[in-house]
Design a binder for this molecule. Structure first.
Ligand code: 13P
Length: 286
């Protein structure tokens, strides 16, 4: 099936009232867990590779493998560059065959974020790729697994800026800050659904929720009902893989490295399948 972009996939999700998972892969076993779970449920998927994970990868070789695998499956797959922070990374990603990119200028002042996003949109659209940007800032880092991150309302998306940002940049999807953080939460997550409704009222652009790990199924249902069509999900999947490895090692019997990889992959595949069901992505079955 085709490698597609957010432009084809997210309006369909919007029409059907569901979301598509954007799952991060930092190696082949994660990618296989994501692709196999999605293919078995006949559900489209967004396979994301984050700029911060490039250091674990031979990126050109990984992209050749991802494109080849995606083309061999009977589901639409977006190959998405997650949290690109530099124009050089975006250019490299487009040249390597990502069908979609995120430019994350969310730590910049509004005007710089808008100007950077506009440049990336002009570049990426020449390649036929889609672009996601972020307005407001979703805090936290994938590496911070100990303390967790506290939500800071000062970083929430300002709904009065949303329509202008989309019109100025022509971006294809917009990540919003409505109470989530990347990685573990300090305290209980609480989605600002009123804020989401205000943003939705300002713009029809497909909306993206980062920091999916730690939210409940009901949180996701509420977010999707409020207009979220792409959910980014990583930490829980990663920790599920680690948990499977720990449990196998904890059994105290000799295990080979391939056994560890297989156990981690099986567990991550189960997590991805569960999230696909929660997101309702099967509504987009071809
Ligand atoms: P989590 O790791 O909190 O699920 O967030 C993932 C994410 O937003 C990647 O962009």
């Amino acid at each position: 099936m085709a490698i597609v972009t957010l432009r084809e996939l997210l309006p369909q999700a919007q029409a059907k009232g569901c979301a598509v998972g954007s799952f991060n892969a930092a190696d082949h076993s994660m990618a296989e867990a994501i692709l196999q779970a999605s293919a078995e449920l006949s559900s489209p998927v967004i396979l994301s590779v984050a700029e911060v994970h490039f250091r674990y990868l031979d990126v050109p070789a990984f992209l050749r493998y991802l494109r080849d695998r995606a083309e061999s499956l009977r589901i639409p797959v977006v190959i998405h560059l997650d949290h690109g922070t530099r124009l050089e990374t975006i250019q490299q990603g487009l040249d390597l065959g990502f069908s979609s990119v995120m430019i994350d200028g969310s730590a910049l002042p509004y005007s710089e974020n808008a100007a950077l996003t506009k440049r990336v949109v002009q570049l990426a659209h020449k390649y036929g790729a889609s672009v996601e940007a972020e307005l407001g800032h979703v805090e936290g880092g994938e590496g911070n697994l100990t303390d967790g991150t506290e939500v800071d309302p000062a970083n929430f998306t300002d709904p009065s800026q949303a329509a202008q940002f989309v019109a100025e940049t022509n971006v294809d999807a917009l990540a919003v800050s409505i109470g989530t953080v990347h990685g573990p939460y300090r305290g209980e997550p609480k989605l600002e659904l009123g804020l989401l409704a205000e943003i939705r009222a300002q713009t029809a652009v497909p909306l993206v929720l980062h920091g999916g790990s730690g939210l409940s199924a009901q949180d996701f249902r509420n977010a999707i009902a409020g207009g979220i069509t792409k959910v980014n999900f990583f930490t829980e999947n990663s920790l599920a893989g680690v948990g499977a490895v720990r449990s196998l090692l904890g059994q105290g019997r000799p295990v080979g490295y391939p056994d560890l990889i297989a156990a981690a992959k099986a567990q991550m595949k189960a997590v991805v399948a569960q999230q696909i069901e929660v997101f309702g992505t099967e509504k987009l079955k071809g």
